[in-house]
Design a protein around this ligand. Structure first.
Ligand code: F55
Length: 815
């Protein structure tokens, strides 16, 4: 794949081979032939990483710098993506072939850095790709966790969490930048100083931690731009290393301090619905916020100090945007003020206005109970000076809230930062931002109407929607090589730079030879996935079956349980009714549950138990199969999306902020079976009702049902002991107990919560919708047409589009 203007990295395959072999020798002092596959991968990645670093021209332009602050960047493997962005994938593939190791085998050696939980972290990674592709000065600011999200194994059907030692064999993409380390201070006391009229504060004592950055180059498509993802690691600041303990021979004590500090960047918190209350998490949040901002201000001062003199800091927002991904970086506001006021002598009001002009905030959560909060006591003890700024901003906010607003007391109770002994991070984020956005039309509507309603009433101008997007280069270009090639052959390569060009595929939707090639590509991807699943689990899938896929984090609201109920219903009906013949389907699940989320883990165990029963039963296993793919991660996701026929997006309406696997699957030609939730609504608008299957209650209906308070879920159980009731009975009657026992807790959860997630309520509508959709697969021509149509309409969901909108509306830059 070639793009104009790109720097030439390799002249041809011969040139590539020469450079590659030289790299092997320079790194390992061995010839290419003497190396194993991993070493060859490592040498290749080092060669490409070196080229990416060299392509970077520092201080290249004066345009605005965007700093994307996120505690998670779920970047996934980089090699194949960089080859695509450099435009050398074909040359390197040919060269590797000639050397005797297929490129795919080298690519498969790469570690998959799990530095994020799910959608939020992956979104940050897609945004990095798009900012570089669009030539925006985009800087990622995050944490370099020593261990990524746990590796999931399945034992006896249960999820078991293992350590993810992703750095074990080194990470060739990063460069440690000792000279850019900064000190971050925790604890201690605030001391007031006075000199005549002037007074100021310092924070004395406490713990000083050294934050050391590791930089990863982010190469844009066409290699015209290389940005940096900066990930921080915590180390003891040398002067605070416990030398006394060390010298007096108490080595263990000296080292304990070391490990306490290092703990800050050891692990990623694995709870994707908030892990509040742990001091270590708060330390992580402050460390990357403070280190990032110190660096930003240092760079800015160097660059603009002369130009602006006295007025330097007032112009910060003209040249710098700080974007906060959810509330995890919410301390950006007060920390920026602290540095400006305490270290740069800016007055309080100016500092606040500068902060607000610079900072923007994206919310990813609909549910008010999931919003991040910290006990004031914990906060003040860890960050005493920062807390003073928060308290003062909160005080001024309360003072300036007009007393004549309707329901003043209620508005204050919802919008104040400090309330009930807690620091409310969402309110902190809103008060310090000049822009607040949701991640789909529906979600932004819900923020305005309920989650952040009182803020919206006060400041409607702050709110805007930015529907999520995904890197179409990675999730179609890299992940689905056969389909990507077919698309290139039909419409050229322009879509890689401009995803809207995918719409040109509409001409081919009905073209029999294109359809035939599409099917071939799909079959290849299904074979590839089936092989992977067989190797990982021993489960055999027949690729002539429909591949029905639900891959995402495990959560009650995402309703993997509803999917399992459907499978059990099919199982029961096949056994009890010989005339019932559903479309043969393989149901594929993948995803992790937080360690402490018992219900979600039980659903994983249930899926594996159902898989064991179904796959082992010759009466049904030519009609239905079930597979649970362990350890969902970016790399396995890239194998799953291209093989999917039906994309399950079945959260209850009003619960999923956006979803992004819905976009990745649609782009790869899967048909969505979904509720009217998150970005499904926009997918539906784009593809049209004939090319998607929507079922279940709408948001308004869910709201009305909850408000009426007259839904009695157990009536559904009692009224249908043949289908729904039978499934619920099977949870506890031994049918599924063989692997590791019954599922009393799931049954109890359904009854005690009165079916909070509306699994029973939406059951019939869901099963009927699935049946109709699966039957439609039989008309291969109509199906393929709809599938290709989905790809053709998916350009809108490129994160390039999303980032253009952020640039235009929030960061105020041209892209
Ligand atoms: C991680 C840590 C905490 Cl403390 C809280 C949340 C998370 C997290 O991973 N959230 C997350 O992934 N949210 C998802 O964000 C996606 C991107 O906007 C949305 O598509 C998705 O709907 C939302 O659930």
């Amino acid at each position: 794949m070639n793009t104009d203007n790109k720097p030439q990295v390799f002249k041809d395959a011969t040139d590539f081979k020469t450079q590659f072999c030289e790299e092997c020798e320079s790194i390992f002092s061995k010839t290419y032939d003497e190396l194993n596959d991993f070493e060859r991968y490592y040498a290749l990645a080092s060669l490409i990483a070196g080229k990416a670093r060299n392509a970077k021209v520092d201080g290249e332009n004066d345009e605005k710098q965007v700093y994307y602050f996120s505690l998670e960047f779920l970047i996934g493997p980089l090699l194949d993506n960089y080859l695509l962005n450099f435009g050398v994938r074909d040359i390197v593939k040919a060269g590797c072939e000639q050397l005797g190791t297929p490129l795919e085998e080298l690519v498969a050696c790469e570690a998959d850095p799990g530095l994020g939980n799910g959608g939020l972290g992956r979104l940050a990674a897609c945004f990095m790709d798009s900012m570089a592709a669009l030539g925006i000065n985009g800087n990622g600011n995050g944490m370099r966790y020593r261990y990524g999200l746990f590796r999931q194994e399945i034992e006896g059907g249960r999820q078991v969490e293992m350590v993810d030692n992703w750095l074990e064999h080194g990470f060739p993409w990063e460069t440690r930048k000792n000279e850019s380390a900064v000190v971050v201070q925790f604890g201690g006391q605030v001391v007031r100083h006075q000199d005549g009229e002037r007074f100021w504060f310092t924070q004395e004592g406490g713990e000083k931690v050294k934050a050391v950055p590791y930089d990863v180059p982010i190469l844009g498509y066409g290699a015209k731009k290389v940005n940096t993802l900066r990930l921080w690691s915590a180390e003891p600041a040398t002067e605070d290393f416990d030398l006394d303990a060390f010298n007096s021979g108490d080595y263990a004590k000296a080292m304990k301090f070391r490990s306490d500090v290092e703990a800050i960047s050891q692990i990623l918190y694995p709870n994707d619905a908030g892990e509040h209350g742990r001091v270590l998490r708060l330390k992580q949040e402050y460390l990357f916020v403070s280190a990032g901002l110190q660096t930003i201000l240092r760079t800015y001062e160097k660059k603009f100090g002369k130009r602006y003199g006295e007025k330097l800091w007032e112009h910060l927002g003209d040249h710098v945007s700080v974007h906060t991904n959810d509330t995890h970086p919410a301390m950006c506001g007060p920390e920026l003020m602290r540095i400006l006021v305490d270290e740069k002598r800016v007055d309080f009001d100016t500092a606040f206005n500068v902060a607000r002009k610079t900072i923007s905030y994206t919310n990813h959560t609909v549910m008010p109970e999931a919003l991040e909060k910290w006990p004031i006591e914990v906060f003040r003890h860890l960050l005493p000076r920062l807390y003073m700024f928060i308290e003062e901003i909160d005080r001024r906010y309360r003072d300036t809230l007009p007393h004549d607003v309707e329901g003043w007391a209620n508005v204050l109770s919802k919008t104040a930062i400090l309330w009930d002994g807690q620091v409310r991070m969402a309110n902190l984020s809103v008060i310090f931002a000049h822009s607040v956005n949701g991640v789909s039309e529906l979600h932004t509507g819900i923020l305005k109407a309920s989650t952040l309603h009182e803020f919206y009433e006060l400041r409607p101008d702050l709110f805007n929607n930015k529907t999520n997007g995904i890197s179409h280069r990675r999730f179609l270009g890299n992940a689905n090589p056969k389909y990507a090639k077919l698309i290139c052959d039909a419409i050229g390569e322009g879509w890689l730079a401009d995803a809207n060009q995918l719409s040109q595929l509409e001409k081919y939707e009905d073209d029999p030879s294109f359809q035939e090639e599409f099917e071939k590509a799909r079959r290849w991807s299904k074979e590839r996935l089936a092989k992977y699943i067989f190797e990982a689990t021993g489960t055999q899938l027949d690729t002539s079956m429909v591949f029905d896929v639900q891959v995402k984090r495990f959560h009650a609201y995402k309703r993997q349980l509803l999917n399992v109920f459907k499978i059990l219903d099919l199982y029961n009906r096949i056994l009890s009714d010989s005339s019932f013949s559903p479309r043969p389907t393989a149901f594929i699940f993948s995803g992790k549950a937080a360690q402490s989320y018992t219900f979600a883990k039980e659903v994983i165990r249930l899926i594996n138990s159902v898989a064991e029963v179904v796959n082992g039963d010759p009466r049904v296993n030519d009609k239905i199969r079930v597979a649970f793919v362990p350890n969902f991660a970016v790399s396995s996701a890239q194998l799953i999306y291209p093989a999917t026929d039906i994309s399950e997006q079945i959260s209850w309406a009003g619960s999923e902020a956006s979803g992004t696997s819905n976009m990745k699957l649609m782009m790869n030609g899967a048909i969505t079976l979904g509720t009217y939730d998150g970005a499904n609504v926009e997918i539906c608008d784009l593809v049209g009702q004939d090319n998607i299957k929507i079922f279940g209650l709408r948001t308004e209906e869910v709201d009305a049902l909850r408000a009426a308070g007259n839904y009695w879920a157990w009536d559904l159980y009692n009224n249908d002991r043949i289908r729904l009731g039978r499934i619920i009975d099977e949870l506890t009657d031994g049918t599924l107990a063989h692997l590791s026992g019954n599922f009393e807790s799931i049954r109890d959860e359904l009854s005690i919560s009165n079916d909070h997630d509306l699994v029973l309520k939406d059951f019939y509508s869901y099963v009927d919708a699935w049946d109709e959709l699966a039957q439609a697969y039989g008309d291969r021509r109509a199906w393929n047409k709809a599938a290709i149509h989905n790809t053709a309409r998916s350009g809108y969901f490129s994160s390039d589009r999303t980032i253009r909108e952020y640039a235009r509306d929030i960061w105020h830059i041209d892209a």
